[in-house]
Ligand binder design. Structure first.
Ligand SMILES: Cc1cc2nc3c(=O)[nH]c(=O)nc-3n(C[C@H](O)[C@H](O)[C@H](O)COP(=O)(O)OP(=O)(O)OC[C@H]3O[C@@H](n4cnc5c(N)ncnc54)[C@H](O)[C@@H]3O)c2cc1C
Length: 594
């Protein structure tokens, strides 16, 4: 086996361990890749239960009042600091422990409710929403998910009020996108009472203001010369903890404190190990699922601000004797922002509901939500920027700040390229394994048991290929959209099968093809979420006797545009200039001087 193959085998083994721990119910996104529409997870559109909704309304109105009176996003950006009074206020409203159980001092809200809170903050100030995410979505998440009762009792109460702050420290110089490559070492002491941590972390939000950090470090695997990653709770008062840089000066989300720190022979008690030893990467990736869900909520909030700003300007600014809103090229932008904001909210709500309803594996959906919403928000900001013309460029308007702030979204918590490839490969694994069964049996037909397995796999594959999945909607007006969606899922499944049969293992490296498959899958998921929400709204409008709203027009537009994109992505699988793209890149990369 050459070095590259060995590395590939290691990566595959790592991914298998991480992602496919045991038998799991078929999730929605994995279902798409197999030609199924797993309707139970997405329809009817989820609602926050009435009792919690009333509580959420109270918290939201308290939060809005606090933010109106005390949050100045421009000042936070200018001073590159979120005032302590803002953090304390968020703590008082309950935002910093929103989803923590009440017994540990949290507010006990669901992820769906939490997303409404983050959307509200995301509408106003990206620095503040990223700060809250770093503390609550990821900083204390491992403690919430994997902590023992004693650990939660000890740490959570102060973290939920904001008296103490949390951070999540995974990234290092050599472990950016390649998160599994953590180099920070954690050596067990001889008496087994503690671990000794050494190494450096960089780009860590809240590093210098946190009182408790979830730190990923490499521990030896007992009885072997291998190492694996373990999660630790580290506090800055531990001797050997050193902040190298408290606030790295940066382009956007300037209010957040992004720092670098070193641990030099830091003794961390064994009681501070979070989750199973050696399973830190699984801990980290699960934590990031939550971060990506609230990312969706923050982007939704920011997209709604884009829409509001676009409408305000298009209705007031006159050129050629008309307000800008009269020009079709401006209308096109505003309509698209409205459609995307509608979809972002629907997708966030449904993904958060997966978590609340206890779906075991939602990695694909959270990755899709993160990529989709961050890419759409970037487009939304670019469009509203254009509508404002020259005025957008000046610092008295929020647009240049919003643009600077939004740029990190496509990079943080998994660069979008990495997640795009991940979506395609994890999604294709299911049908890929079925094909492998069929292929292996054809090569070794004597294996009786193997033949039975292959026959079952073949039947499943064949079944999905001939059947157009049913997409159940309650509103008669949406039947045509539902049947178009069903047909697109069927076509998508055919395209995935064809790609797997045509390219086989080399598909693992074909990122241009993976991107089209992932993009189509993301739009299928987004369309599903929009259809589900649209259906629920139409049903409710019918019950109340109300007529169509701008929201429903936006939903209609989204579905039309999304279906067109899906067709384009699928057509691109066979009609493209990939060879030329790759040849040009290769040539340019090997001739840097030209
Ligand atoms: C403001 C800010 C706050 C952050 N906060 C935190 C935090 O709180 N905690 C934490 O642990 N980390 C944090 N990070 C780190 C962040 O998660 C990483 O920056 C991110 O994971 C990317 O890693 P990298 O910067 O090393 O980029 P690299 O890994 O060097 O990647 C650079 C680019 O290469 C491309 N690329 C990389 N791999 C692939 C691939 N396999 N296929 C195709 N393209 C690829 C992508 O376009 C990517 O953007 C933060 C970063 C920033 C900038």
């Amino acid at each position: 086996m050459n070095k590259l193959d060995a590395q590939r085998q290691k990566e595959i083994q790592q991914a298998e361990e991480l992602l496919f721990a045991g038998p799991q119910a078929l999730g929605f996104a994995k279902g798409l890749f197999q030609g199924h529409f797993v309707s139970d997870w997405v329809m009817p559109y989820p609602r926050i239960p009435d009792a919690q909704n009333a509580e959420l309304d109270g918290t939201l109105s308290e939060l809005r009042q606090f933010l109106n009176e005390h949050l100045d996003a421009a000042e936070i950006d200018r001073n590159a600091d979120i005032p302590r009074s803002v953090i304390d206020g968020l703590g008082r409203v309950g935002v910093l422990g929103m989803t923590a159980p009440k017994e540990y001092g949290g507010s006990g809200f669901s992820q769906m409710a939490n997303c409404k809170i983050l959307e509200e903050i995301g509408r106003r100030c990206a620095s503040t929403s990223v700060f809250v995410n770093a503390h609550h979505s990821i900083g204390i998440r491992a403690l919430l998910l994997f902590g023992t009762h004693e650990q939660k009792q000890r740490w959570l109460p102060k973290l939920c009020t904001g008296e103490q702050l949390g951070a999540f420290a995974l990234t290092e110089k050599e472990a950016g996108s390649d998160a599994a490559n953590v180099q920070m070492q954690a050596r067990p002491s001889e008496d087994g009472s503690h671990f000794i941590l050494n190494g450096e972390k960089r780009y860590i939000t809240n590093a210098a203001i946190a009182d408790v950090l979830t730190v990923m470090a490499r521990t030896p695997v007992p009885g072997s010369d291998k190492t694996s990653i373990t999660a630790f709770l580290v506090t800055p008062d531990m001797p050997g903890f050193e902040i190298i840089e408290a606030r790295m000066p940066k382009m956007g989300i300037r209010g957040t404190a992004t720092g670098r720190f070193a641990l030099r022979d830091v003794k961390v008690p064994k009681e501070n190990v979070l989750g199973p030893p050696g399973k830190g990467l699984k801990v980290a990736l699960t934590v990031l699922d939550f971060g990506r869900t609230t990312f969706g909520a923050c982007c939704t909030g920011a997209a709604k601000t884009c829409l509001r700003l676009a409408i305000e300007h298009a209705n007031t600014r006159k050129q050629f004797d008309k307000t800008l809103g009269n020009f079709h090229l401006v209308q096109k932008k505003i309509a698209r922002i409205a459609a995307d904001a509608y979809a972002m909210e629907a997708m966030t709500t449904i993904t958060a509901a997966f978590i609340d309803r206890g779906l075991e594996d939602y990695m694909l959906e959270t990755a899709m939500l993160k990529v989709f919403t961050t890419e759409r928000l970037w487009e939304c900001i670019n469009d509203v920027f254009q509508i404002y013309g020259g005025s957008a460029y000046f610092v008295d308007l929020p647009l240049e700040r919003m643009m600077r702030d939004a740029r990190i979204n496509q990079i943080g918590e998994g660069a979008n390229e990495v997640l795009t490839s991940f979506i395609a490969l994890v999604g294709m694994r299911g049908p890929g394994m079925e094909f492998k069964e069929i292929y292996d049996t054809m090569v070794k037909p004597t294996r009786e048991q193997g033949f039975a397995k292959a026959w079952t796999a073949g039947k499943a594959r064949f079944g999905a290929t001939v059947r157009v999945p049913e997409v159940p909607v309650r509103s008669a007006e949406l039947r045509s959209f539902a049947s178009q969606l069903g047909r697109l899922i069927w076509r998508f499944n055919l395209a995935v099968n064809r790609a797997l049969i045509t390219y086989r293992e080399p598909i693992l490296d074909m990122q241009l093809l993976q991107e089209r498959i992932a993009n189509a899958a993301m739009d299928l998921f987004a369309s599903t979420c929009v259809l589900s929400r649209y259906d629920a709204e139409l049903q409710s409008a019918q019950r109340n006797g109300s007529s169509s709203s701008p929201d429903q027009l936006a939903a209609d537009l989204f579905l039309r545009q999304s279906f067109r994109r899906i067709r384009r992505f699928l057509a691109g699988l066979t009609d493209n200039e990939d060879k030329s793209v790759l040849a040009t890149a290769k040539s340019v990369l090997s001739n840097p001087g030209d």
